[in-house]
Design a protein around this ligand. Sequence first.
Ligand code: RNT
Ligand code: ZN
Length: 423
Amino acid sequence: MIMSTESRYQFAKENYSKIGVDTDAAIERLGKIKISLHCWQGDDVIGFDHDGPLTGGIQTTGDYPGKATTPDELMADIDKALSLIPGTHKLSLHANYAIFENGEFADRDKLEPKHFAKWVAFAKERGLGIDFNGTYFSHPKAKQLTLANPDKEIRDFWISHTKACIRISEYFAAELGQPVLFNIWLPDGLKDVPADRFGPRRRTKEALDEILGMEYDKSKVFVSLEAKVFGIGMESYTVGSPDFSSLYATSKGIVPLLDNGHYHPTETVSDKISSFLLFNDRLALHLTRPVRWDSDHVVLFDDETREIAKEIIRNDALDKMFLGMDFFDASINRVGAWVVGMRNVQKALLYALLSPNKQLAEMQDTEQYSELMVFQEELKFYPFEDVWEQFCEQSGMIAGRDWFDEIKTYEQSVLSKRESVIE
Ligand code: RNT
Ligand code: ZN
């Protein structure tokens, strides 16, 4: 006998209710969680303001055909991805995705809201929010050091860039009526053993202080600082290390941003979240998948992603979090990569929402460690899939892998016809 989605869901609902979990409530909560879709997966982090390669200690690998090379192409690809992702989300833009019209150009220190007007129109039409990122790489003034540069002129350039970005973030917030996360990730570092670790960090601290001294609406724009342990060509010293960035963000009352590809391989962001929540009002995440290093592979429904989701849900921290994705795989269909990553984050959150968190914590507090292990293992076999299917159906989305047929059709009819492929 083949059971309908509805009867399978009823069966799952009953099973979960026996352990005190309300599946309807979980689905409802999941439907409201916004995740920021990172625009840079669509074009290998190139953007529209320079011709040169991607620099700054990060790299994309692969040459899958059909990447977006114009704003219209990128927007069409984002639309395709969004059409296969349940819910209404946010778009994470980088400053180098400014759209210049009629031959106009503005360098990064001179960016203005009008250079993002097309993105605002795009977001408005789709009910999306926007998060923003300063771009301190792929630029002649970002050879090795930006805010840490000993040359005041270069430091000032990047200070101006950041201030311009904060003003643009205010514009996004005002236009879209939603708070904006503005993230600063600095690639500054050195390939070899430094002679002075203090100086570059002091200069960075002072530059950030100067930036944050500007007037901006702190109830609408949340500035975050992203920590990192190393970059390509910056193996020996990273100015914005985890210690520097966390201490700076926490002491200044801005938002720490944890990217789960930015730590030593046996460190986990899931273990860091609770500590940050104790000392910060807000916390931002870049969800990614590091394979042996900061490789920025597509997010999977894997142990660490689930563990991160559990920390958010069981600490009741959803309202404090900014969730964004950050990966760039150029070796596979880029639109499909977005969809898999977003859906996996949603699956991990659903998995966490379907966990009897109070009961489990009680077992820990009463030292029932064997029971706790047995129960946690058993939960892995609960009918999670049926609840996911119900969630997708309610959102008007395909639950199983058949959504990929749409990506294949899009590849045949759109991606494979792009100039970059035909040339
Ligand atoms: C780099 C950081 C940063 C970038 C994006 C493009 O290691 O993770 O967040 O990936 O800003
Ligand atoms: Zn990141």
